[in-house]
Design a protein around this ligand. Structure first.
Ligand code: SF4
Ligand code: SF4
Ligand code: SF4
Length: 257
C-alpha cells in the first residue's frame, strides 16, 4: 500500500502529440468539482496560466521526438514523485512512431522541404515512448485516454493504491457489447491481442480495432494465429494492421533507430 496523498499537486505536460488526451481530462466536467477538492492542479497549459515546478504527480502526454524533449522529460522525472504515462503517444510512441518506418533524412525532406537542415525544428529524432527514456510508474492507455481510466487512476493514487490496468483483450469487451466479429465480414482486427477497457468502441461504431491501447502483457499469439488461419489470413497479410500504433515496437531494432 502506498501512502495516502493529501491533496497532491498534479501537473500535466505534453510532448509530441495532438493534446487530445489532456482534452479528455477537461471532458471530466461532471467530476471536476470533486477533483479540484481532492487535488491541486499546478500545471496544465490547456486550462490554466499558472505554472509550477513543485508537483507530486506528473501526467505526461506525447511521445519524444526532439533532443530538447529528452532533457525536459528527465527534469520532470527528477521533480515528480510519480510519473503517469498519459495516452498512446507517451506509452507506445503512438501514431507519431509511423515516421520511424522511413529514413530520418527522407522524413525531414518530405515535411520541411529541401532546406530541412536549415530549419530549426529539423533536430527531429526517431519517435520514442517516454519509458524508453525515464522510469514510468503508471500507464493510462488509449488514443485518446478514456474518462473512466483517468478517474480511477486519480482515485487510486490519492488513496495510495496501485492503479489497475486492464489486461485482457478487446475481444472480451467486444463480445460483451454484442458485436458481430469483423472477421465474419471479411475484415481484419487486432482486438485479440490488444488491451481492453474501451468497451470495443471502434467495432461498436462500425470500424475495427487498430490497437490504440497497446498489447496485453501476455498476448495469446497462438489463438490469434489460429483465428487468422480460420479466416484464410496469414501473419504477413495482417502485419501492417499492427503498424499504426505499434510502429515503435516493430521498428525499434532497425538500424536507423
Ligand atoms: S494518444 Fe492520441 S489523443 Fe492522445 S495525444 Fe496522442 S494522438 Fe492525441
Ligand atoms: S477480433 Fe475484433 S471484431 Fe472480432 S471480437 Fe475481437 S475485437 Fe471484436
Ligand atoms: S477498439 Fe481498439 S482502437 Fe478502438 S479504442 Fe479500443 S483499443 Fe483503441
Amino acid at each position: 500500500m502506498l501512502p495516502l496523498l493529501k491533496k497532491p499537486k498534479i501537473a500535466f505536460f505534453s510532448f509530441t502529440c495532438c493534446e487530445g488526451c489532456q482534452l479528455m481530462f477537461l471532458n471530466c466536467e461532471k467530476e471536476f468539482p470533486v477533483i479540484v477538492e481532492l487535488v491541486n492542479i499546478v500545471n496544465f497549459r490547456e486550462a490554466i496560466d499558472e505554472k509550477s515546478d513543485d508537483y507530486d504527480i506528473a501526467f505526461v502526454e506525447g511521445s519524444i521526438s526532439k533532443k530538447e524533449e529528452v532533457k525536459k522529460l528527465k527534469k520532470i522525472r527528477e521533480r515528480a514523485k510519480t510519473v503517469v504515462s498519459f495516452g498512446a503517444c507517451a506509452s507506445t510512441g503512438g501514431l507519431n512512431a509511423l515516421k520511424n518506418r522511413f529514413p530520418m533524412e527522407e522524413v525531414k525532406r518530405v515535411v520541411y522541404g529541401k532546406n530541412a537542415s536549415e530549419h530549426k525544428i529539423s533536430d527531429t529524432l526517431p519517435v520514442r515512448p517516454i519509458d524508453s527514456i525515464i522510469k514510468v510508474d503508471h500507464y493510462i492507455h488509449g488514443c485518446p485516454v478514456i474518462k473512466e481510466d483517468i478517474i480511477s487512476t486519480l482515485q487510486s493514487l490519492i488513496l495510495g493504491k496501485t492503479p489497475e490496468v486492464w489486461n485482457y483483450p478487446v475481444c472480451a469487451d467486444c463480445k460483451m457489447a454484442g458485436n458481430i466479429c469483423v472477421f465474419e465480414k471479411g475484415m481484419s482486427c487486432v482486438g485479440p491481442v490488444t488491451r481492453a477497457g474501451c468497451k470495443a468502441i471502434c467495432v461498436t461504431y462500425g470500424c475495427v480495432c487498430w490497437g490504440c491501447r497497446g498489447l496485453v502483457s501476455d498476448p495469446n499469439i497462438n489463438a490469434h494465429r489460429e483465428t487468422l488461419e480460420r479466416y484464410g489470413l496469414t501473419r504477413d497479410s495482417v502485419l501492417r494492421n499492427f503498424d499504426l500504433y505499434g510502429s515503435y515496437r516493430m521498428h525499434k531494432n532497425k538500424k536507423r533507430l
